[in-house]
Design a protein around this ligand. Structure first.
Ligand code: AMP
Ligand code: MG
Length: 323
């Protein structure tokens, strides 16, 4: 049985947080909201608890987890910080930015998928921060979905995949961003690398560091195994729509621009790139659950080059199976 408890995001009920903290300390699994997507949390320093995350998600054990800390001080107990990391942490934490840095021995090999680096961030959500504080340990948390499925952006989506597989879910309403954190490799502080675009735009990081983020070569990419697996995919095929294309019959559609022949096609139209990022995964889940006559989901390819569009293109490409 999975216990479900609803709390106010800004003033989370301390009894609920205390209970969730006890479950984490006892080696259990608790799903909770962050500002990016819902996470599936366990005590990051307890190898048995971390193994339960992989089992509940069906996640390959070489795909390392992000450690969520309550502040930069706690993060610095887990990994070797350098100047670039300190500068970015001071500016963007709590927030949707994850650093890969050399791991300290305290982090079990299970949490880092056997690598000698670990990924850390401080999430910007009062429920997540209260939970980490109460659990008195960093919390390892991938997205709270079955491996390969779209990430959950509300509690209902978490329960659809995880009911009965986890001990508790804290329902704190819909998340803010809807796509995961930006992951950068800072192991060589002079040449930082973009491992996964996400909630914090590339240009903000580059402006702060005064250098461009590189692309990982094949060796580095192998060292971020999560970037190989097919991801974020609903049970229906996902195809790309470009402005001006006609929509085939029996499709669903998501995007900012309206296809000329949209008619009464099941669709979600977004007002902005941010809105689109927020609604992408929820839209995938809605079409696969509601529309049995739909046999393909078309999604608009975002052409703009700033803000969340790089992260959005990454998620769309993976859902469509083109990277
Ligand atoms: P998820 O938890 O599913 O949002 O994915 C976490 C992402 O961070 C995956 O793409 C991982 O491959 C990446 N990641 C986590 N830890 C490391 C690490 N030590 N080195 C490189 N990439 C990592
Ligand atoms: Mg994930």
């Amino acid at each position: 049985m999975t216990i479900a408890a609803t709390v106010d995001r800004w003033e989370p009920n301390p009894h609920v947080i205390a209970k969730a903290g006890r479950i984490i300390r006892a080696g259990g699994l608790v799903a909770f909201p962050t500002e990016t997507v819902y996470g599936l949390g366990a005590d990051a320093l307890n190898p048995e608890a971390v193994k339960r995350i992989y089992a509940a998600k069906g996640r390959p054990s070489d795909n390392p987890l992000i450690l969520h800390a309550e502040d930069a001080k706690q993060a610095a107990e887990l990994v070797e910080f350098n100047q670039a990391a300190s500068k970015l942490a001071a500016k963007f934490w709590p927030g949707p930015l994850t650093f890969v840095l050399p791991s300290k021995n305290i982090v079990p090999s299970e949490t880092r998928g056997g690598l000698d680096t670990a990924a850390v961030r401080v999430p910007n959500n009062p429920i997540a921060l209260a939970l980490i504080h109460k659990a008195k340990t960093p919390i390892a948390a991938p997205s709270a979905n079955l491996s390969g499925k779209p990430s959950p952006t509300d509690a209902e989506a978490v329960l659809r995949d995880m009911n009965g597989r986890i001990d508790m879910i804290i329902d704190g309403g819909s998340v803010k961003f809807g796509i995961e954190s930006t992951v950068i490799d800072l192991t060589d502080p002079d040449s930082p690398l973009m491992l996964r675009p996400g909630g914090l735009p590339r240009e903000e990081i580059e402006n702060t560091l005064g250098v461009k983020l590189g692309f990982p070569d094949d060796v580095k990419r192998k060292r971020s195994p999560g970037t190989h697996y097919r991801h974020y995919a609903p049970s229906l095929p996902v195809k790309i729509w470009h402005k001006g294309d006609l929509l085939p019959e029996n499709s669903a559609y998501m995007g900012i621009n309206r296809p000329d022949n949209l008619g009464d096609t099941p669709s979600i139209l977004f007002a902005s790139t941010e809105d689109y990022a927020h609604g992408l995964f929820a839209g995938f889940r809605k079409f696969e659950n509601d529309n049995h006559e739909v046999d393909c989901i078309f999604v608009e390819w975002p052409e703009d080059s700033s803000g969340l569009s790089e992260g959005l293109r990454d998620r769309i490409s993976r859902a469509a199976g083109i990277i």
